[in-house]
Ligand binder design. Sequence first.
Ligand SMILES: Nc1ncnc2c1ncn2[C@@H]1O[C@H](COP(=O)(O)OP(=O)(O)O)[C@@H](O)[C@H]1O
Ligand SMILES: Nc1ccn([C@@H]2O[C@H](COP(=O)(O)OP(=O)(O)O)[C@@H](O)[C@H]2O)c(=O)n1
Length: 230
Amino acid sequence: MTALGASFRGQVTLDGPSGTGKSSVARAVALELGAAYLDTGAMYRAATVAVLDAGVDLDDDEGIARVVREATIGIGTDAATEQVTVDDVDVTDRIRGSEVTRAVSPVSAVPAVRRMLVDAQRALVADADAVVVEGRDIGTVVLPDATLKVYLTAAPEARAERRADQLGVTDPARIAAIAEDLRRRDAHDSTRADSPLRPAADSVTVDSTHWERHQTIARIVELARERAEQ
Ligand SMILES: Nc1ncnc2c1ncn2[C@@H]1O[C@H](COP(=O)(O)OP(=O)(O)O)[C@@H](O)[C@H]1O
Ligand SMILES: Nc1ccn([C@@H]2O[C@H](COP(=O)(O)OP(=O)(O)O)[C@@H](O)[C@H]2O)c(=O)n1
């Protein structure tokens, strides 16, 4: 049957390092496929807000796990809206701030935190006929039987430039600091013991270095429709 206009049923996972375009691309792919959407990074960021507000040390794995267990993280699966809450307080803007960005990798490396959030992620998408889920371990751990697994990459310079543009930063010294921050977080995410960032064996790598955003979106929609028809 023809792919054009056909409704998509299945799961698409999008993993990759920071600044490759996962969030913006995944949301657009979900809208185009008429699918639900889950930003798992936003969940780890919300957990980090709870940890920071509790004043727990970032070396204290047990303390971190206790705070995250007691926090109620609210996140929707509608690609058209973005709202994240912690204990009913809206943290949608705060989770993108530099304080949270600096602390999120150590919080997300705590195995007990990952177990809680992975369970929550599976529950959130369990009833969806079609869903796009993005993060670091979605194809490898959260949804190992997904219809299509994409590993999104881009050259480090392109990623830093995109993040700088997104934040409205033009000063070369600040762009260099953003690049260093991405490098440090990717190294932390890729080398942690529990569910490190890596491509799933059955993933398709999409390199967006020389592509416009719309080209990346079109390629992933095409791959998803092809896969769903097989
Ligand atoms: N292919 C692309 N070319 C140029 N800019 C892009 C591309 N993909 C995404 N962007 C931009 O890069 C920035 C970072 O994207 P984002 O979706 O936040 O990445 P991630 O979720 O992987 O960290 C956004 O401003 C986005 O619009
Ligand atoms: N599935 C996921 C998603 C995010 N994360 C963690 O959460 C952090 C923030 O994820 P994000 O997707 O919001 O980050 P960006 O790529 O948008 O910068 C990552 O650096 C990881 O440390 C994770 O461990 N597992």
